[in-house]
Design a protein around this ligand. Structure first.
Ligand code: BGC
Length: 730
């Protein structure tokens, strides 16, 4: 093959016939120290004019397009593929011609916006998440983007924290499976394909535990909780082949994650063998100085490179100081080489060195992509109460009111950088199409006129909840009740004695205690995306059955946090009756308002007790857990049968229940179906007190049911050879 020769430097690494690692080494061997450092430097919003010289000198390896430090809250000008092409042209003219890696937060759709990740998680459907991310990737590459900072896989059990909206919820198996689905949806089998993006599992690790739910706050967490909970979805993302991992803003027990050598270098890159890029979060390296662990930016650069942060997002610490740190003998050049290898590997894996593919020039939503968004939005709808108000009847008048009645863009949710408000199908439009002149649309202002209209309507649908600028990054709240005024509306409507349906738009679990008491039906729809209205009309009219389930526990009140499925047994038994709640609250009960996994359909379903094909299994053996479900109502449904386990005696305290699998069973009225789950000893692996992963012999209680609080048990005996054994995962 004739290899291009530019200036004095031949570019043998462009030969696609060579092995990837060989290409990386060929390129690395050509690089000066300053060029290497350039590859570890990411700037925001690179500009072909202003940054031309730095590009020509090979001093910029990557750029992200973002409005600023909290980009998910603000609109920006978008990305122009022609500008990206111009920048790549300048980079190609540098001595080594290394292309620039362009990233952007494509979090839940690019132009075709699907529900916020927490809403997607309510589908419990990895195939749907994969499909949604495939659409997002196809649309984003058209704008020249090669890399997205998603999925966010922080285990989220703290509803005050605004960023739960970006997560897949509280359970590690659900988060892990959806994370893997998102990674394969973005990256496909070959991330270099023209319609794929590189993915990024973030934020490594423990960010979901920010003290008090306050964003960016400190995190105190033990190794047991980290390993048995928070690290797990990251590991699933790594096993799914994610090309990059982002360090978290928080510290973990005093060590900032951007300088956490043990977790980044020893666990992620060491134990797990992750060979991709660890990218800093926005100015995360600079923040080590604010955290009081580095004296200045130079010191922060040293700590971060030693810890294993490969790419510096916008702080400039590496560009300013890494070369000198090496020349002064403070930092070993081998550490810089390791970081550069990873960046180059990622660029090669993404096909950036290949001739650019022809891009489609229109990425506006199409009928096909809207279909995906609509299915995803429907799947996110979680019916949490229904006293016969839904589905809406074939006759009768309907009033549509509430704070969200005239919102469009707000229904897209947080972290929407490229979706457009005018492309949202509004609830008023979609319901108007179905209900015609049966529908009255109010101005949503809650006045005496609203109540007058509600008095004469047969049913009122109130669109309530929180605006996306109240969720997402830097948007924590101290009070989980509905924003001011909205509960007054629900109270007044309920006082009229006519059926009230509350539709709740939200980026987090809210305190819905009063709404659940006052409204006849309550539908939690998160921020559903571009097909918000059509999906709502589908579900309200009963054209589609509600199937979503809560991916996070909803607390009784703000004061009850934390409350989640992660609860572990205490020395005092936790019992469901009021008299036996020692050490609990004296002024309130302690159950969740709505448990994890909860969600109704328009019918009723009965469960049998679960049974096991074999009640005892040993090494390399499996059994099947089965449960029968019967639709006892008069409408079809898709029942999400959930399977949990409890390990009653382990070497550390283990959760009272832990989700390990689920199955969707379609049931016509009167029909009976079966859900089966394969059960092997490896399911019960956990990290013990000596920090090795182990599986114990002994009893395991398997539980099935419609949610984490309504479960029936069956006992399994696990017998592993003669003694318990520690099991290192492959
Ligand atoms: C967020 C990240 C995001 C990055 C780039 C940060 O503020 O924490 O999640 O990917 O900005 O926009």
């Amino acid at each position: 093959m004739l290899l291009p020769r530019i200036g004095r430097v031949a570019r043998p690494w462009l030969d696609p016939a060579l092995d990837l690692e060989a290409r990386v080494e060929l390129l690395l061997a050509e690089m000066t120290l300053d060029e290497k450092v350039g590859q570890t430097h990411q700037v925001a919003n690179i500009d072909p004019g202003q940054n031309a010289e730095a590009l020509r000198e090979g001093r910029i390896g990557s750029s992200l397009y973002a409005s600023g430090a909290t980009a998910g809250n603000e609109r920006d000008e978008g990305v122009l593929s022609s500008v990206i092409d111009e920048i790549q042209g300048i980079a190609d003219g540098s001595r080594l011609g290394i292309p620039v890696l362009f990233g952007r937060d494509v979090i839940h759709g690019h132009r075709t916006v699907t529900p916020i990740p927490l809403g997607l998680a309510a589908s419990f459907d990895p195939d749907l998440v994969r499909e949604a991310c495939t659409v997002a990737a196809r649309e984003a590459v058209v704008d020249g983007i090669a890399w997205t900072f998603a999925p966010m896989v922080d285990i989220s059990e703290e509803p005050r924290w605004g960023r739960v909206a970006e997560s897949f919820g509280e359970q590690p198996v659900l988060s892990g499976r959806l994370a893997a689905a998102a990674v394969t949806g973005f990256q496909g089998d070959r991330p270099a394909d023209a319609d794929r993006l590189g993915a990024c599992a973030k934020h490594f690790v423990g960010y979901g535990l920010s003290a008090g739910g306050r964003d960016y706050d400190t995190v105190s967490v033990g190794e047991n909780t980290l390993r048995n909970l928070h690290l797990r979805p990251f590991r699933d993302a790594v096993e799914a082949g994610v090309l990059s991992v982002m360090a978290a803003f928080n510290d973990v027990d005093g060590t900032p994650m951007h300088s956490h050598r043990r977790l980044l270098r020893d666990v992620l890159k060491g134990e797990w063998g992750f060979d991709g890029v660890v990218v800093a979060d926005w100015n995360g390296i600079g923040q080590i100085v604010h955290e009081g662990v580095a004296a200045d930016l130079r010191d922060a650069a040293r700590l971060a490179i030693e810890a294993g942060v490969d790419l510096d997002m916008v702080s400039g610490a590496y560009l300013a100081h890494l070369s000198d740190l090496v020349r002064d003998g403070v930092v070993d050049e081998a550490l810089v080489d390791d970081a550069v290898r990873r960046v180059l590997r990622m660029k090669l894996r993404l096909g950036l060195f290949d001739p650019p593919a022809e891009r489609r020039h229109d990425n506006a939503p199409t009928a096909g992509t809207r279909d995906v968004a609509r299915r995803a939005a429907r799947a996110a709808h979680v019916l949490v109460r229904n006293e016969g108000a839904l589905p809406l009847g074939a006759e009768g008048s309907v009033l549509l009111t509430g704070a969200f009645v005239h919102e469009g863009e707000a229904l897209l949710g947080t972290w929407v950088l490229d979706g457009r408000g005018d492309e949202v199908v509004s609830p008023a439009a979609a319901l108007g199409e179905r209900l015609g002149d049966r529908l009255t649309v109010d101005d949503g202002r809650f006045s005496d006129r609203t109540l007058q209209r509600a008095r004469v309507a047969d049913v009122t649908v109130a669109l309530l909840g929180e605006h996306p600028n109240r969720s997402g990054e830097a948007n924590s709240v101290s009070d989980l009740r509905l924003p001011p005024g909205q509960l007054d509306l629900v109270c007044s409507l309920a006082g009229l004695g006519k059926p009230v349906v509350a539709v709740v738009y939200t980026g987090r679990p809210l305190d819905l205690t009063e709404v659940l008491e006052l409204a006849d039906a309550v539908l939690v729809v998160w921020h559903p995306g571009v097909e918000a209205g059509s999906a709502l009309a589908d579900v309200l009219t009963g054209d589609v059955e509600p199937t979503g389930r809560l991916p996070m526990t909803f607390p009784l009140s703000t004061g009850h946090i934390p409350t989640s499925t992660h609860q572990r047994p205490t020395g005092r038994l936790i019992r469901a009756d009021v008299d036996h709640q020692e050490g609990r609250y004296v002024d309130a009960l302690t159950y969740p308002r709505l448990p994890f996994g909860y969600g109704l359909s328009y019918t009723s379903v009965e469960y049998t007790a679960p049974s096991l094909a074999r009640t005892e299994i040993g090494d390399n053996e499996m059994t099947t857990l089965s449960v029968t479900v019967t639709n006892t109502g008069d409408r079809p449904c898709r029942e999400l049968v959930q399977a949990y386990f409890r390990d009653p005696v382990a070497q550390v305290t283990r959760p009272l229940v832990e989700l390990f699998d689920w199955a969707a069973v379609d049931l016509e009225p009167g029909a009976t179906g079966e859900a089966t789950f394969e059960v092997a000893p490896s399911l019960f692996a956990y990290t013990g007190p000596d920090l090795t992963e182990r599986i114990d012999s002994g009893e395991i209680v398997l539980l099935t049911g419609p949610d984490a609080a309504t479960l029936q048990p069956v006992s399994l005996t696990v017998t592993l050879g003669a003694t318990d054994r520690a099991e290192a995962r492959p």
